[in-house]
Design a protein around this ligand. Sequence first.
Ligand SMILES: O=P(O)(O)OC[C@@]1(O)O[C@H](CO)[C@@H](O)[C@@H]1O
Ligand SMILES: [Mn+2]
Length: 440
Amino acid sequence: MAAVPVSLAGSFQGSFAYFTIKDRLPQILTRVIDTLHRHKNEFFEEHGEKGIEAEKNTISILSKLRNELQTDKPLVPLDDKLPDVPLWNQYLEYQQNLLDGNEQPSWFQSPWLYVECYMYRRIHEALVHNPPIDDYDVFKEAKIESFFESQQAIIALCTYLQEHLKNIEDLDEKQLQEELFKLLQVSLWGNKCDLSISAGEDNSQKASPLKSLDNLKTFILVDDMESIWSLLINSKKRRTSIEVTRVDIVLDNAGYELITDLILADFLLSSKLVTEIHFHGKCIPWYVSDTTKQDFNWTIKQLQSANNRWMSRCGMNWEGSIKKGVLVYHDHIFWTLPHEFCSMAQVATDLYTELQKSHLIIFKGDLNYRKLTGDRKWEFTVPFHQALNKFHPAPLCSLRTLKSDVQVGLKPGQGEQFVTSEPDWMICGKYGVVQFDASL
Ligand SMILES: O=P(O)(O)OC[C@@]1(O)O[C@H](CO)[C@@H](O)[C@@H]1O
Ligand SMILES: [Mn+2]
């Protein structure tokens, strides 16, 4: 196979990577500092003087971090005690070895994917070094706010699921396929709502998600929904009563997007297209809005206790599915490492083996797409399978709105047409893909 292309990086002046490292990441750090400031009283009430001390120390570490980033300083090894530290520090060495003897990995020179992940891990390190606020999630407030901002859309989805799909057993194949396509698209467009692209500003779903699907259809650049349908319906037909059909969903953002993923999961289970859903979330706060176990549990609880009866019914059902073991939540440190997914088999063999049990893995969102394709300067027409670079644990698909400049699997001329007519087509979140790889 031909060598892989170079990584996107801040060294490409004027690229989205450059702009992100120069402007957006410092903005995110400033917001984190501001959040800690605003919660000073809360830290005092909970932990007394020790809380205030910890808040001050964390802020000073983060201000220093922002300065390192803005002046393109060398990346330094991590030095907390968490289990992923050796892997991070080996990765730094690996990046070092890719350079000429005198150069050192740095914010603008190293791959964008690496430095951006590294920033979030350094934010976590700053907190870990400062008990008693070491388990404080600096993005929690923004995630909670975005959940409440999307209330109407969440109600619309829960109502749809409960009312419209209560006769799901009676649907014929065509109708079942239509519902699947609808909810795949809802989950795809749910990915517009991430808080990293907006540097933490409100970016929630306000319009009715089901009504807008037809209008949005033309913005799906790669549509492999038929392949997903064939895979699922064939496996349903072949399955004996003791067999399992397992779908894994590698989650992205909490808030509205997570609800769309839960709705999709519920539909897959209640239609009996699948028998088990496995969710995968992050172990630490990540890219502002990504889902952690706390976010996941909080979301289910919120739904259960909501005033709206469809919302609370969804919450109850999902809690029930979790108890029955048909809805399973996992996390793994690999998801918050800087590695491309093609190194998962070596770096996180246990996770790779777990994913091999799946009949279909759904990767949500832009960052997962970047890691699937290695965040490299691929030609638009390179097949998705090739860009995966031997990452094939099971059949997989990506549901992703385009928010960074990597895209593969397009038809000849398809990408070029946008380059002139809509220069920001790859970063504005207006376009999406449902892109499938059959694995073998
Ligand atoms: O993975 P998500 O939530 O869809 O997007 C994450 C994201 O906002 O962060 C990066 C920019 O900082 C981009 O990869 C992408 O746009
Ligand atoms: Mn995200």
